[in-house]
Design a binder for this molecule. Sequence first.
Ligand code: MG
Length: 253
Amino acid sequence: MKPLLSTFMLIQNLIVILMTNNKLHATHAHDLLGINGGGFSCESWLLGVETNNLRGWKTVPRGCESFVRQYMIGKRYGDDSAVVVGEAEKYARGLKLGGDGKEVWVFDVDDTALSNLPFYAHRGFGARAYNKSEFDVWVNKSRRTALPQSLRLYKTLLSLGIKVVFLSTDFKHDRDIISANLRKVGYITWEKLLVRIHGVKLSTISFKSSQRKELQQEGYKIVGNIGDQWSDILGTPEGDRTFKLPNPMYYVN
Ligand SMILES: [Mg+2]
């Protein structure tokens, strides 16, 4: 066989394999989400997630597990996070501060300040359901690392004179664990670390909004708010400007 012809056939075969693989992903995701008519790619699923058009999903679509794995451990997750943080820093540097030290920036904790990626890596990057106690045991061992882009934003904000408030939906008994974990990875100081009190049953949006409202009532000005879930940044008062970090591994109502 002539070299040119064999190269052509090799490329043709590769195209067929890629098309089949893509169709397989689309079919699985399509079936799982129960959307009628026309397949879609895992990229489209990701866009739906990040734009908050797809809500209430429990696990990553079966056909998108390898896509999410590649997204998370490849360059893309870091790059997408860096775009968000770059914009947040640009915005923060342009702020005219009042000089009274009352400007604060609210940070979510899970997969914003601290990364749970190693935990989800062992559970199919969100494709497999897990028991809450499994997660608690893992967190108790303080294995969380900093999300590098968030730590960079944190340092930039402190250098500008903007204080940081950590706001977590974790409960009060986890406060010391979170605090130790934050310090261990480089978040050395903060204005407040707000957690939930046991027995208070509120949705994430209601709880986080109420905490931000209290901050305002205490005289703080929330200049920024960053989280990996839409429930971190929706609800009044949301802050002067909100930033959504990517997270295709799970959805919090
Ligand atoms: Mg989070």
